[in-house]
Design a protein around this ligand. Structure first.
Ligand code: ATP
Ligand code: MG
Length: 458
């Protein structure tokens, strides 16, 4: 048997989830009003058209061709080569057979490689069920004669998909929803049915609801962070970069480990993290700092005072900053961007600064744990050493049980500042894959960074 031919559908994120769509195939894209069905399908057509494919868009609409053109020109991604053949919606509802002939004729003359009928559901509106079925069988066999990727847009709610004749005839059903959570719209895409997916990935794909976003630059779906477990974990030890600390971890962290550094504000977590990154940069390891500050400016200034010229590493492309306002972060988008940088730049060390700030962008602490969990798994599976910092109240320093994400991390280190004695202490409260010393060590923040004092206190 011939193997299925997969082609790129041209929608960011969707291809990496599915590994492309099969050709020929007909996909029903369904959802209620305003969820982005039209934008998604125009994105699919425009990207293919930019690559030189012939594409045809058939809006079933009451809008005038001029108004349609005006609307399309507000979409940055829209390609003017997309051929548009509007059909009057009232006519389509009243006289579906004439509409069917019109669709057949325009396909025949345009010979498109991709087609969108938006929406298809009003066709045959006035028919009784049996007639309507027959009508869609005819449409389906007409489409099957061509080697096309077709998106049929359906104005349908999820509960009506299961007995929809168009759904039965389609090779795939994509369902889009929008929910308003607090002040934000939450868009989700799910695959109700999809032929031609790699069987190993199928159950993971069809059980997910993928976040997506609509903007004038297009329609983007955010895949989950994938953690391929067939990669070999690199258990060489790496130097954390804090003089004296490696001996507490019996020689340093394993390359695939992650470490949570928790402490009250002012305990030196940022310096700790930057020093960790700097140690890697010195060995030629590309590093990434993820922060919820407006810009890297403050961090670069502070590090300058330690004599660290981080700017030069940014200029040479070895160091990358990702700065976001935590209130504007979309967790799925954030994760996708982290992944893009990591894979593009071959990042080896990550400093994830102010993990707790992400709470501002999440609906609950479970979501934060879920995010950190998939992030740590992803980083581990890529043999990236990661340091996460989080703020804790000064009274919590004795144990890590109060730090929500501590249980996810391989290792946890607490920084504490004793105001009474004007001294700083650190201790490792957990280390999964390396033995660690239980001692509380005194540390100092000096002109050249953090270093441990040699005297053991406990
Ligand atoms: N430039 C843009 N930036 C951000 N969002 C946009 C932009 N243009 C449109 N939208 C959003 O996209 C949604 C409309 O998308 P679209 O027209 O594709 O929906 P639809 O599912 O086709 O709706 P309908 O069933 O009414 O045709 C709206 O929620 C709108 O707010
Ligand atoms: Mg629409």
């Amino acid at each position: 048997m011939d193997s299925l031919k997969h082609i790129s559908c041209g929608i960011r994120g969707l291809d990496s989830i599915l590994g492309g769509m099969i050709l020929p195939s007909t996909i029903l894209v369904a959802g209620t009003a305003g969820v982005g069905k039209t934008i998604m399908s125009l994105q699919m057509l425009s990207n293919a058209s930019k690559k030189g494919e012939k594409v045809l868009y058939i809006p079933i609409t009451t809008e005038s061709p001029n108004k349609l053109k005006m609307y399309n020109s507000t979409l940055e991604f829209f390609d003017q080569q997309v051929q548009i053949h509007p059909i009057n919606r009232q006519l389509a509802e009243k006289d579906p057979l004439t509409t069917l002939i019109e669709i057949g004729n325009v396909i025949e003359s345009a010979k498109p490689q991709r087609l969108v009928i938006d929406p298809v559901t009003p066709l045959g509106f006035g028919f009784v069920e049996q007639e309507r079925r027959r009508f869609f069988y005819t449409l389906d066999s007409m489409l099957q004669e061509r080697n096309m990727l077709t998106f049929l847009i359906g104005e349908l709610q999820k509960e009506h998909l299961h007995n929809s004749v168009i759904g039965h005839l389609s090779d795939g059903i994509i369902y889009l929803t929008r929910q308003d959570k607090e002040s934000k719209a939450d868009h989700r895409l799910e695959f109700i049915k999809m032929r031609g997916i790699d069987p190993k990935k199928r159950s993971g794909i069809v059980s997910q609801k993928y976040p997506y976003e609509i903007s004038s630059s297009g329609f983007i779906v955010y895949p989950r962070l994938e953690s391929p477990w067939n990669t070999e974990l690199d258990d060489t030890k790496i130097d954390i970069g804090i003089p004296g600390l490696d001996s507490m971890f019996e020689g340093g962290l394993l390359r695939y480990n992650n470490l949570l550094v928790a402490g009250a504000p002012g305990t030196g977590k940022k310096i700790f993290g930057l020093q960790f990154i700097l140690q890697g940069l010195g060995n030629g390891d590309p590093g990434m700092v993820i922060t919820f500050e407006n810009s890297p400016h403050q961090m670069l200034q502070d590090s300058k005072r330690m004599g660290w010229e981080l700017k030069s590493y940014i200029d040479t492309g070895l160091l990358h900053f990702m700065c976001n306002n935590p209130q504007e972060v979309n967790p799925a988008e954030h994760a996708a961007k982290v992944r893009e940088t990591i894979e593009e730049k071959g990042i080896k060390r990550v400093f994830f600064d102010g993990t707790n700030q992400l709470e501002l962008s999440m609906h609950n602490s479970l979501e934060l744990r879920g995010y950190i969990h998939s992030m740590t798994n992803y980083l581990k599976s890529h043999n990236i050493t990661a340091l996460f910092s989080t703020d804790i109240a000064p009274s919590e320093y004795q144990g890590h049980q109060d730090v929500d994400v501590a249980s996810i991390m391989d290792s946890v280190l607490i920084l504490h500042c004793s105001r009474a004695r004007d001294r700083r202490y650190m201790c490792i409260t957990k280390s999964r894959s390396t033995k660690h010393k239980r001692a509380v060590k005194e540390y100092a923040i000096t002109d050249t960074g953090i270093r441990l004092r040699t005297d053991t206190l406990i």
